[in-house]
Structure formats: C-alpha cells, structure tokens
Design a binder for this molecule. Structure first.
Ligand SMILES: [Zn+2]
Ligand SMILES: [Zn+2]
Length: 211
C-alpha cells in the first residue's frame, strides 16, 4: 500500500484547515481546501518535498477556495461537487468582505455528480455527498481518513446560515453515523477527531446513536 503523509495548514481569517496528502514515494500531493495564504501552503509542500497535483474542495465557501486560483497554476485539476461549482466563478455575498479577492473565477476541471469512488491525477478516493452546510458539501475518504469540510467538526457541525438546509444536514449526519468503519476525521475547522468519538460524544449526533 502506498505510504502517505497528511499535513494540516491553517489558513485565512476563519482559521480554515487546508490538508495536504502527499505520496511519500513520488511527492505527488493532493491539496484539500486551499482556503487562503498560498505561501503557507507552498511552504508546507516544499517542506514535504511535494508538488500539488490535485485540488479537492469540500464545498464552495470562500474560506475554503481563496487560494485555488493561484495554486492551480501548478496545473493541478480542481474538483468540486456540481451543486457548489458556481462558487468558483461567481461573486457572492462574501465578495465585499474580501479587499482583494483572488478567487479562481474559472470553472472546475472536474465536477462530482454522484457519490462513488474516483481516480483523478493518480489519487483514488471516495466522494460522499453530504449536503446540509451547503448543497454541494462532500466528504472525501482516503483509506481510513475522512475529510469532512464544514459538515462535521470535533464536538460540532457546520452552520446552516450560509446556504444550508437543516433536513439535508440531518440526513447527511445520519448517513455518516451509519458508515460501517471508524475513520480519523479531518474537519474544515478545529482539531481532528475520530468518527467513533463523535458518534459517542458529539451532541449533534446523539439522536443517531445506535442503541
Ligand atoms: Zn463553509
Ligand atoms: Zn469553513
């Protein structure tokens, strides 16, 4: 099995977690949610002796995508769920808050329409569609690691205030609780955790606990 190194870089005004998953043999890296601070992300890649070959977005909020345009110039394809793909090309309610908006404003290279296993740029991963925080929120599963974006946090869940839907969120959380395995959870904000710990202690998952 390929050996990967996972590193977190916390970026931007909302302290968003950007994750780098690097193949230790080849140095090929997948960057999840390059939300700002391109130089911090590039420094981390450099220290890992890695090069960005793929950009995966858990959803389209500005704090997860601001550095996509610049990072993409390394010719890494950008992937996002279809329901959030418009966030890459449209100005939105957040635009006036950002003095210099270096967003991509270019379409994604690859758009996920449905849940399943995908291989892009040499990386194989599973896409779980988990709407709720946004319509196009997804979780990415790499082996026993689950990158949950703003769907699931340690002890919390993402807000519904910016394009969210409570019924969708409920269904997505219930689906995560029914996953057959345990995973290390890498959320879009705050510290990592495990799915089993969240099922045991996260108040937002209490109703889905198996009795
Ligand atoms: Zn968000
Ligand atoms: Zn966020």
């Amino acid at each position: 099995m390929t050996d990967y190194e996972i590193r977190r870089v916390t970026v931007g005004t909302l302290s968003t977690n950007c994750y780098i998953i690097a193949n230790k043999e080849t140095g090929d890296a997948c960057v999840i949610d390059p939300g700002d601070n391109l130089t911090l992300i590039q420094d981390a890649l450099h220290r890992m002796k890695a090069h960005c070959r793929l950009i995966l977005l858990t959803h389209g909020h500005f704090d997860h995508i601001l550095a996509v345009g610049d990072l993409r110039s390394e010719r890494a394809p950008v992937c996002i769920h279809r329901a959030d793909a418009h966030c890459l090309t449209e100005r939105d309610m957040f635009s006036p808050l950002i003095p210099y908006d270096p967003r991509p404003f270019e379409e994604a290279d690859y758009v996920f329409d449905k849940e399943g296993s995908y291989t892009v740029a040499g990386f194989t991963f599973y896409v779980l569609h988990t709407p709720g925080h946004t319509k196009g929120s997804v979780c990415y599963q790499f082996d026993d690691n689950l990158f949950t974006g703003d769907t699931l946090f340690k002890g919390g869940i993402g807000t519904l205030d910016f394009g969210g839907d409570a019924d969708d969120m409920r269904a997505s959380l219930q689906m995560l609780c029914k996953l057959p395995c345990d995973y290390t959870v890498y959320p879009g904000h705050d510290e990592k955790t495990t799915l089993s710990d969240e099922i045991a202690t996260n108040p937002f998952l209490r109703e889905f606990k198996r009795r």
